[in-house]
Write a protein that binds this ligand. Structure first.
Ligand code: FES
Length: 104
C-alpha cells in the first residue's frame, strides 16, 4: 500500500491553482481543479518544461506544457495526442488540513 506524506497545507493550494513541490529529489506538480487534486511529474518529456506552470484545461482535465504545448492528462499522465509521451502520475489527497502525496 502506498505511503502518503505531507507535502503542503490545504490552504496553500486553492481551487484553480497549481504548485510545485520537491519530494525525495523529484519535482512534482500538483493541481487543484474544482477541489479535486492531481499530481504529475513536473518535467515535460519533450525538453523538460515545467508542467506546474502550464495551462490547465478544466473540461478535459489536461495540462499543456508552457514551452511547446505538449498536452498531458491530469488523471493518467499520458498524452492524448502522442502515445509515446507520458509523465508519471501520483496519488494525492487532502486529509484534514494537509495535502498528502504517495510516491508509488
Ligand atoms: S518542453 Fe514541454 S512541450 Fe517542449
Amino acid at each position: 500500500m502506498s505511503e502518503f506524506i505531507k507535502i503542503a497545507n490545504a490552504s496553500d493550494l486553492t481551487v484553480g491553482q497549481a504548485m510545485v513541490v520537491d519530494v525525495a529529489g523529484r519535482s512534482i506538480a500538483v493541481f487543484n481543479v474544482d477541489g479535486q487534486l492531481y499530481a504529475l511529474d513536473n518535467t515535460c518529456m519533450h525538453r523538460g518544461g515545467p508542467l506546474g506552470e502550464g495551462f490547465v484545461d478544466q473540461n478535459n482535465l489536461t495540462v499543456q506544457c508552457p514551452w511547446h504545448g505538449w498536452v498531458y492528462s491530469l488523471t493518467s499522465g499520458a498524452s492524448p495526442l502522442n502515445s509515446m509521451a507520458k509523465v508519471e502520475k501520483f496519488e494525492v489527497k487532502i486529509e484534514g488540513e494537509e495535502i498528502k502525496l504517495a510516491l508509488d
